[in-house]
Design a protein around this ligand. Structure first.
Ligand SMILES: NC(=O)c1ccc[n+]([C@@H]2O[C@H](COP(=O)([O-])OP(=O)(O)OC[C@H]3O[C@@H](n4cnc5c(N)ncnc54)[C@H](OP(=O)(O)O)[C@@H]3O)[C@@H](O)[C@H]2O)c1
Length: 340
């Protein structure tokens, strides 16, 4: 049986990537491709890679409520309203924004506003490598942030080996991470041939890493996180540094990572001494990571790469949806990254 799905925010980068993936999915039919200012406009006007002559739909809650599952790929403001309305209508939803990822207290701290539906948060956090059963049973799934996914996949397995208060995460993303809207700082003149940090301290992904490292691993206290903008369209790399607890060896670090992901289809642990390459995961739902221990400083460094629109957004959202609908988790997600 084919399940019916809809995308709200299909005219954005995350939504369009979802549509690209869903068009190759044998078990899901995309019945709604909704946009906001782009409603009524042809999809190919914005995304010439997508086939057909469909136009973007307007957002119609009644129509969405008839579907088996809805993806919200909207900013957190509209997601707060739409996610709550769909939840109340009993519609299974995967939200790609930060609207439902944090507890009411953490949401107030990092988003600067009271959560309008504290009864719904934190929703089930869609990081299937650590909680596939909860995802499969959930009505509302909060899809993790792109930097957060990439950093957490390397940090959660090591949490019990790390010194509290010592975690530093350095993130680097391609420009599609900021969405489709034109901004001066994203103009090619500023981005091409350059790299810059932004948003620190206080980037919202800082609180999300802290909260879910505590939830899935151990509470390691406050972390430092600085994101950077790279002159590429898509792809993301995090480098995470942390002090090791006394007596922890490089073999323990490697085993913790390799054992955690031994049977995982999308997370690949590389041998120590090799480093993952951003481009190797672009166009895929993969995460590739490796770690090394510096005995001189007794610190571990974990380098991890994803496609910010793949495992960092739409790919992981589809992975979660497959689980929620009882489908093979890897359906329509087995593409290998493009290289070179
Ligand atoms: N880009 C990434 O790498 C990435 C990674 C992880 C998570 N996310 C999250 O995913 C969500 C989408 O990100 P994006 O990069 O795809 O953003 P985007 O390119 O800016 O797209 C935003 C989408 O939301 C729609 N929208 C805006 N206001 C709306 C409203 N009031 N009601 C309904 N739809 C509305 C827009 O429609 P119109 O264009 O028609 O106005 C557009 O389709 C965000 O919450 C973002 O934080 C993004």
């Amino acid at each position: 049986m084919v399940a019916s799905v809809g995308i709200v925010g299909a005219s954005g980068y995350g939504g369009a990537e979802l549509l690209r993936l869903l068009l190759g999915h044998p078990g899901l039919e995309v019945e709604v491709v909704a946009a906001h200012s782009q409603a009524g406009e042809p999809i190919t006007g914005l995304f010439p890679n997508l086939p057909g002559n469909r136009v973007f739909d307007a957002v119609d809650l009644g129509r969405l409520a008839e579907l088996d599952l809805v993806f919200l790929s909207t900013p957190h403001g509209p997601s707060l309203d739409l996610g709550a309305a769909l939840h109340d209508a009993g519609v299974r939803t995967v939200d790609l924004s930060g609207a439902f990822r944090l507890s009411p207290a953490d949401f107030a701290t990092w988003y600067g506003e009271a959560h309008p539906r504290p009864d719904l948060v934190p929703a089930v956090y869609g990081l299937p490598e650590f909680n596939r059963k909860q995802v499969a049973d959930a009505t509302l799934v909060a899809n993790p942030g792109c930097y957060v996914t990439t950093a957490l996949l390397g940090l959660i397995p090591l949490a019990g080996l790390l010194e509290p208060g010592s975690v530093v995460v350095d993130g680097k993303s391609g420009t599609s991470g900021a969405g489709r809207a034109a901004k001066d700082s994203l103009h090619s003149t500023h981005v091409f041939g350059s790299v810059t940090a932004y948003g620190a301290p206080g980037h919202r992904h800082t609180g999300e890493i802290e909260a879910h490292l505590a939830g899935f691993g151990e509470d390691l206290g406050p972390i430092s996180f600085t994101p950077h903008l790279m002159p590429i369209a898509r792809g993301l790399l995090t480098t995470s540094y942390a002090g090791l607890r006394p007596g922890v060896t490089a073999d323990q670090v490697q085993s913790a990572l390799a054992d955690t992901f031994a049977d995982e289809p999308f997370v690949h642990v590389l041998a120590p001494g090799t480093f993952p390459v951003v481009k190797s995961v672009v166009g895929s739902n993969g995460c590739r990571l490796s770690a090394f221990v510096d005995e001189r400083t007794n610190r571990v460094t974990v380098v991890s790469v994803t496609d910010n629109l793949g495992k960092g957004a739409a790919g992981q959202a589809l992975q979660n949806a497959n689980l929620m609908l009882g489908l093979d988790e890897t359906t329509a997600l087995t593409a290998i990254g493009m290289y070179p």
